[in-house]
Structures are given as C-alpha cells and as structure tokens.
Design a protein around this ligand. Structure first.
Ligand SMILES: CC(C)(COP(=O)(O)OP(=O)(O)OC[C@H]1O[C@@H](n2cnc3c(N)ncnc32)[C@H](O)[C@@H]1OP(=O)(O)O)[C@@H](O)C(=O)NCCC(=O)NCCS
Length: 151
C-alpha cells in the first residue's frame, strides 16, 4: 500500500506565484482545466476566488482554486491540478483532502460542489471516493458533483 502523503495549502503570494506558473500538465490534460496563468488572472479580478498553492516537502506541486461566498452555504472547487512530474504519488488525493478540511473550517458552508469533464475518469473516481455524488451535466457539458458536509 502507498504511504500517505502530506500536503499543505498556501495562499498565493509573490514568493510562490512563479512556481505556480511553472507547473505543467501532461499532454492530453489541457482540456481538463484552465491554465494557472488564466486562473491567477481570474483570481485577481474576483474577490470570491480563493487560490491555493498545493505544497509538499516545501515545494509547490499543484494549484487549486475554490470559492465560498459568505452569503452562500455552498463552496465550489473549480480548479485543481498537480504538476505532471508529481502526478500518481498521492498528492492529488492529499490536495483534495486538505481543501475539504479548509472548507469544513468555514462554518457557513454546508455543501461543496466540484465540476469536471465527464471523460476525466481519474478525477471522477477520486472525487467519488470522497463522497461526491454526481448531479448531472451543466449547460457547458461539465459534470457537477456535490458533497454534503452535514453527513
Ligand atoms: C487529477 C489530478 C489532480 C490527480 O493528481 P494525482 O497527484 O495524480 O492524484 P493521486 O496520485 O493522488 O491519485 C488519485 C487517484 O486517482 C487515480 N489516478 C490518478 N491518475 C490517474 C489516471 N491517469 N487514470 C486513472 N486513475 C488515475 C489514482 O489511481 C488514485 O487513486 P487511489 O488514490 O484510489 O489510488 C491530476 O491527474 C491532474 O492534475 N490532472 C489534470 C488536471 C485535472 O484533470 N484537473 C481536474 C479538473 S476538475
């Protein structure tokens, strides 16, 4: 069995921004998530966006972004990636677990939603294993899955 890995989520700062921008996807994964450059630009324009570096052993290995508006009981994880060189080591699973712990600490949140391309079988299984339940496709053909934190 694989050793459990530990990651932390860190706010985006001038110190880790360059490392986040240097993260890469594997060929074939570019359709699954926006580029980190686009996501960071979006985060700069959206007060609700909460961007996070995924850090393991002091190195930035991934990026995720969610929102959890104070006037809503639903948080939404809408960007998530692990660098191509670091995939398959358990960091993705640890990253989602860390994001859910952080979101669970926001007492106004009752539900977490996540969306992904239906063809993205890796994340489909990963999210299902955390208890996310598929709700169906949105207008862009992306699958929406939800996790009820009250359960
Ligand atoms: C999805 C992603 C974040 C997973 O990161 P990772 O570090 O490779 O994930 P892990 O090593 O923790 O593996 C998580 C699970 O997914 C499975 N998995 C990972 N890559 C897989 C693949 N290509 N095919 C099938 N299963 C895969 C693993 O077997 C593992 O299952 P387990 O924990 O039950 O053993 C990473 O592949 C990625 O960045 N993909 C491109 C971007 C993307 O698709 N983002 C999601 C948009 S919502």
């Amino acid at each position: 069995m694989r050793e459990p890995v530990s990651v932390t989520l860190e706010p985006v700062t001038d110190r880790n921004r360059r490392a986040i921008l240097a993260l890469e996807l594997l060929p074939g994964q570019h359709g699954f998530v926006a580029s980190n450059a686009d996501s960071l630009e979006e985060a700069g324009e959206d007060d609700d966006a909460i961007p996070r570096a995924v850090v393991a052993d002091g190195e930035v290995v991934g990026f995720l972004m969610y929102d959890a508006p104070a006037d809503d009981d639903e948080a939404s994880i809408y960007r998530f990636m692990i660098d191509r060189r670091e995939q398959g080591k358990g960091l993705g699973r640890a990253g989602i677990a860390a994001a859910l712990r952080e979101i669970e600490g926001l007492t106004h949140v009752r539900k977490v939603s996540i969306c992904y391309e239906p063809a993205n079988t890796a994340v489909r299984r990963l999210y299902a294993s955390f208890g996310f339940v598929e709700q169906g496709l949105d207008e862009d053909g992306e699958m929406i899955a939800e996790l009820d934190l009250r359960r």
